[in-house]
Write a protein that binds this ligand. Structure first.
Ligand SMILES: NC(=O)c1ncn([C@@H]2O[C@H](COP(=O)(O)O)[C@@H](O)[C@H]2O)c1NC=O
Length: 527
């Protein structure tokens, strides 16, 4: 393919990061620079030779910038088919534009501001920018389009190495980025307007936070060897701008490639361990915690979490809320087969220890920050379900003691710990806890009483004493049988949402057994 050097560029950027250096490097390669108002002013101030688009087209920017680049001399220059449209270009005094550098008005940050007025949002809908971006991306055979400042240096480097030209592969890849950019931009606008539709029609109505259509963009992080099973192909997509420490933003330091199930389980383990302020460890197997504990150190927490269910911990995913240290790393690799370890960070010595097991995936996710108010998305056949992420937190002040007996100080501590774990156990969830360590976890049973049985069986199998433990139930007890069974197993206190039509009967059962019971008023179903 013929190599055509870039001779003329149009720079029109809202976010001006890096644009001066980029323009200077273009000028050094004898590229003529056209630019719009604010961008042109900045470049000129920096001593870069620039032609204002309005001078170039002979038409001023009008309507407060609503129309500045929307002109045949600009769009003809971008869209012209080289080798076909020369005559029409000459007839209309249109010169080719080989490089377009544009980023768009900040619609997202504008509407994110509290109390953003509709007029502000509307004025921040970029029209000329996307029009140039799409035109250049369409004509990527001959035109280079750059929408991300992070691409400036590689474009310059390539031009320097290729006599001022970019390769077709680069232009194609940049064109994809351009369409991704405009798709994301329009998706954002559609979501914003779609969510405010009821309020727009009837200003007294609250806006609906779920828009008329749901437009969201996820970027492929990696192809996966297979999905949940080996006959299913799969890939991992992440939110482009995610900042919260998560499995999606985590960095893998070593180990085999993550599998589909590894990612899902690591997410469950990490999100659960984030609940605790004290050094904590969560071991997950098949999306459920099979051991959770806190301790004076993460080593103590790990040792205690492991005790809950060593059988299930085999091949598990282990998450910590503190830096992984050498001793804890040593303890894990000498004791058990582990698929994934994730922590905010890891010491060099800990990394060296894990490297003796090259298959173990070690991930660091950075320090935990405030949870982003994202939505959960769940797929059903032919649709998706959206809901707020479950960020309900319960403190002692939220609890309502419903029994005659008040929980003791120790029971209270264990009840709150137990509740945090139950939130991450698949429903029906029953969790037994003693001294801030899980004693038995009953997950995913179709009846609550069976989850309680499973928790008891697991504890017994691992020779853990249920007597003196507390119990959490992710949803209310529909009958007193769950309480009777808990008391028979030696449970002394219960935390549950309450709200059953048989609450009176359930409370009476707890009183009969001298149990302390608290209601949270909040349910934590997890499917
Ligand atoms: N109206 C137009 O013809 C037009 N052409 C380019 N823009 C945008 O104007 C911004 C740059 O403006 P300035 O160089 O004046 O700071 C860029 O975000 C670009 O996408 C336009 N603005 C909005 O549509």
């Amino acid at each position: 393919m013929t190599r055509r050097p870039i001779r003329r560029a149009l720079l029109s950027v809202s976010d001006k990061t890096g644009i001066v250096e980029f323009a200077r490097a273009l000028a050094a390669q004898q590229v003529e620079i056209l630019s719009t108002g604010g961008t042109a002013k900045l470049l000129a101030e920096q001593g870069i030779k620039v032609i204002e688009v309005s001078d170039y087209t002979g038409h001023p920017e009008i309507m407060d910038g609503r129309v500045k680049t929307l002109h045949p001399k600009i769009h003809g220059g971008i869209l012209a088919r080289r080798g076909i449209d020369e005559a029409v270009m000459a007839d209309n005094s249109i010169g080719p534009i080989d490089l377009v550098v544009v980023n768009l008005y900040p619609f997202a940050s504008t509407v994110a501001k509290a109390g953003c007025a509709l007029e502000d949002a509307i004025e921040n809908i970029d029209i000329g920018g996307p029009t140039m971006v799409r035109a250049a991306a369409k004509n990527h055979k001959d035109v280079t389009i750059v929408v991300n400042a992070k691409d400036y240096s590689s474009v310059i480097a390539e031009m320097q190495a290729n006599g001022g030209a970019t390769s077709h592969t680069t232009r194609f890849s940049l064109a994809i980025s351009a369409f991704e950019h405009t798709a994301q931009y329009d998706g954002m606008i559609a979501n914003y307007f779609g969510a405010m539709l009821p309020a727009y029609n009837a200003p007294t109505e609250p806006a609906n936070k779920f828009p008329r259509t749901f437009n969201s963009q996820f970027v492929k992080k990696q192809d996966l060897r297979y999905g949940e099973n080996s006959h299913q192909s799969a890939a991992f997509y992440v939110q482009d701008n995610a900042t919260e420490a998560s499995v999606s933003t985590a960095k893998q330091l070593q180990g085999k490639a993550l599998s589909y199930n590894n990612i899902a389980d690591t997410d469950a383990a990490l999100e659960c361990v984030k609940e605790f302020a004290e050094p904590a460890c969560v071991i997950v197997k098949h999306a459920n915690p099979c051991g959770v504990a806190i301790g004076d150190s993460i080593l103590a927490a790990y040792n205690r979490a492991y005790q809950t269910d060593p059988t299930s911990a085999f091949g598990g995913i282990i998450a910590f809320n503190r830096q992984l240290d050498e001793t804890t790393a040593q303890e894990i690799v000498s004791r058990q087969f582990v698929e994934v370890i994730i922590a905010p960070s890891a010491t060099d010595a800990a990394v060296a220890v894990i490297s003796t097991k090259p298959n173990v995936r070690l991930l660091v996710c950075g320090e935990f920050s405030a949870a982003a108010p994202t939505v959960d998305i769940k797929q059903v056949n032919g649709g998706i379900l959206l809901q707020d992420r479950d960020q309900a937190k319960i403190t002692e002040a939220d609890l309502k003691v419903v029994t005659k007996r008040q929980p003791t100080e120790q029971e209270l501590t264990d009840l709150l710990f137990c509740w945090k774990v139950a939130k991450f156990v698949k429903s029906n969830a029953i969790v037994y806890v003693k001294d801030s360590m899980t004693i038995g976890v009953g997950a995913g049973q179709m009846s609550r009483v069976y989850s309680a049985k499973v928790a008891g069986i697991k504890a017994a199998d691992e020779q853990l004493e249920v007597k003196g433990s507390v119990m959490a139930s992710d949803a209310f007890f529909p009958f007193r049988d769950g309480i009777d069974a808990a008391a028979a197993a030696g449970i002394t206190a219960v935390i549950q949402p309450g709200g059953s039509m048989r609450d009176v009967e359930v409370i009476a059962a707890a009183d009969e057994h001298n149990l302390a019971m608290v209601f949270t008023g909040v349910r934590h179903f997890r499917h």
